[in-house]
Ligand binder design. Sequence first.
Ligand code: ADP
Ligand code: MG
Length: 619
Amino acid sequence: MNKFEQLGLNESLLLAIKDLGFENPSEVQEKAIPVLLEQNTDLVALAQTGTGKTAAFGFPLIQKIDAEDRSTQALILSPTRELCLQITNEIKQYSKYVKGLHTVAVYGGASITEQAREVKRGAQIIVATPGRMQDMINRGLVNIKNINYCILDEADEMLNMGFYEDIVSILSDTPDDKNTWLFSATMPAEVARIAKKFMHEPAEVTVGAKNSGSATVSHEFYVVNARDRYEALKRLADANPDIFSVVFCRTKRDTQAVAEKLIEDGYNAAALHGDLSQAQRDSVMKSFRGRQVQMLVATDVAARGIDVDNVTHVVNYQLPDEIETYNHRSGRTGRAGKLGTSIVIITKSEIRKIHAIEKIIKQKFEEKSIPSGIEICEIQLLHLANKIKDTEVDHEIDNYLPAINEVLDSLSKEELIKKMVSVEFNRFINYYKKKRDLSGEKSERGSEPREIRAGDPVRYFVNIGARDDFDWMQLKDFLKETLDLGRDDVFKVDVKEGFSFFNTDGEHTDRVMSILNGYELNGRRINVEISKNDGGSSSRRDHNGRNSGGERRSSGGFGGRRDGDRKSSGGFGSRKEGGFRREPGSFQREERAPRRSESNDRPAGRSFEAAKNRRPRRS
Ligand code: ADP
Ligand code: MG
């Protein structure tokens, strides 16, 4: 006996199911079909798209309908013409071995009289969009006064599309003793209202809360300039000190690069992608589960099936190529009934993708702006205060207290609090007071105050860009290495498709021109010119946040910290003191560390060949 048979489906349906090639019922089918077959009940079923809802109501409906009676017995309402046709087609396939059963699609944009004629010929099942259905009722072309079953498919979407009035009106034309089956991906207030108003003690079926973008996930997007993506990510992490997240990038290379930057900037981050060995991946996952890693930067493929509960945020550092993938990503959070947030960092030109995703996930996004430095400082400060309050005291410390008290004796309680908080807080305030807001497109960079400096910056145009597989981080790395420059010497890197811009101080111009011009990259000659465009500002601030504030934070210049104790060295939530230390999950750091120190100590004036050979990622 196959699984469908066990659900109680009859022979003609089983034959059709065999033809369709369905091997096992889906979860919503398994849960809904027996209930609907055995009882005459109302039902509310919540399940994501693509979980087989049509058959979940279609199979029992077909089995319950009296095919010998030609009157209309069931009405299926669905939001769009496409869905209407799709459902009709499915129902026809499911019922192909049921003699005398007829299903008619009723939707706008086609002849209403033709549809009316088909109904009249005897259709037990009508599949309709609410608008056209209302029209048919008004014109007396259809009689639904005696139906036994009314199905509201994609109820949330119908209400989203403004069909509330139509639905209420249509339902009022149906008998009270019918059964109403409501299917929806989400349960917003309006759907609950319909359920309450028109349903009587409905049975409930919920599916997929485990790994689908369910009602427990809220969706947010942040519009930033493309070059600010990384800085935005950092700020979002800083604004969520307890973040425990999966950060999705599109490619392995970006995944690796973002993870490396985060580690370098002092976050508990690690990369997960297909270029890692199985042992490395296992180790990363172990650290992630153990929460030593708070930001797991991953590709879609590598993150498939990550079943870690309590993930607080999914971050779409870049949107996936296939927007359908978004659902899989956001399903990494909001699991097991916990609340989660799915964040998308996008540029202005990508906003339409948000609308497309909203359609798929049937949930709305909230547009937010990247928190300002002040806001982040506030959040961190409160977090710190709470952490101090909640810290459990290890009585090992008692032995040291007399000496400590002696040092701090002269301070009042108020002074002591101020100083303690400042130990941690100063680095944040120092970092953020220098940073502009990232409220994206609205704030023009040109309007920021100019900082006059001795060596004026020079902006360059270079004929390599995204086409050569660079994003700004990679191009900056490449320039730094090739030109033997320090980490802050190349700034305002702006990558376009076929070319890019970047800045250095005027003192490096000769070096840039002589080394880069003619440098061969993958068989192409690099050409660099001094650009007329000064980059909008002469400020030396770097948009990627690796200015002095950023460096200071990760260089771990705060005495008195116990490095081994992650709880206290974690400092501000997601960061750990100094990315250099051996931490599980940050082995990438160890691989990278020598490269950095090498570049710092490197004497000036290397040959091109040597510079080229040092490129580990460019082969
Ligand atoms: P939903 O309404 O939940 O979005 P559909 O009912 O449209 O999902 O089903 C999605 C796809 O899955 C359809 O192509 C359908 O034929 C197929 N399908 C449904 N049930 C099964 C099953 N038990 N096994 C295999 N495929 C199925
Ligand atoms: Mg459906």
